[in-house]
Design a protein around this ligand. Structure first.
Ligand code: CA
Length: 235
């Protein structure tokens, strides 16, 4: 009876708070709400939620304070809510360990899809531990981590070593937006002036090789100004 996922909302705007609560309860989730960073921390400790929806602009502290605190000892997925203008804050929150972000104002259907996706990722990492050592599948795309080979349908995609490393990295975090900085750090280990350009060139080649085209359902989505997301197509 009580096996519903529990979601903690930390948001000070009353109407958004209520809207999200109703939306999530309608979709079968159990919801607890806080209106400040401090309140959020208390409820997080006492309720141990499966997912946190976190507004960045809170009255007592910045939402990232909560995030930093939680990430010290917990991998509970966190979706950040932010205003359209806060591009830097979004990137910062993702680099600090947020799993995803939703920009206000947002559509209900998209929001619920993001919640489902974040919960699925955390379930998968609990079920299977770290993914490599097996295969990744998303629609027609298949990555064989042991052989370091990539297929779309029956045909193999020929990738350079760097291209493969990028695609493997994104797939290990599929469903989550990976910021430019986090990808660059993982692939090259350093961040110089040319890194972003280098990443963009590699990404363009990868997406061409995968057959991704603007406007169709793609394997890798470019979150403009933020990073890239490998899509989970087996919803
Ligand atoms: Ca706010």
């Amino acid at each position: 009876m009580n096996n519903k996922y529990k979601i903690l909302i930390i948001e000070d705007e009353e109407n958004i708070n209520n809207l999200l609560k109703n939306l999530l309860e309608t979709n079968g989730y159990q919801v607890v709400c806080a209106k400040s960073c401090a309140g959020g921390k208390m409820l997080f400790a006492s309720h141990r939620p499966d997912l946190v929806i976190l507004d960045l602009g809170l009255p007592d502290y910045d939402g990232t304070t909560f995030l930093k605190d939680v990430r010290k000892d917990s991998l509970t997925p966190v979706i950040v809510l932010s205003a359209r203008t806060d591009e830097k804050d979004k990137v910062n929150a993702l680099d600090m360990g947020a799993n995803d972000y939703v920009t206000k104002p947002f559509g209900s259907a998209e929001f619920v899809a993001r919640v489902r996706s974040a919960l699925r990722i955390s379930r998968r990492s609990i079920d299977e531990g770290k993914l490599p050592g097996g295969k990744f599948k998303s629609g027609e795309l298949e990555i064989d981590y042991d052989a370091r080979r990539v297929f779309v349908g029956k045909s193999e995609v020929t990738l350079t070593q760097t291209e493969y490393n990028i695609i493997a990295f994104l797939s290990e975090h599929s469903g989550k937006v990976m910021t430019y900085t986090s990808i660059i750090r993982d692939i090259w280990g350093y961040n110089d002036l040319n890194s972003t350009k280098k990443l963009q060139v590699n990404m363009a080649n990868i997406r061409k090789k995968l057959g991704d085209k603007p406007g169709k359902s793609n394997y890798i989505v470019n979150e403009l100004g933020v990073g890239y997301r490998m899509c989970d197509k087996d919803e």
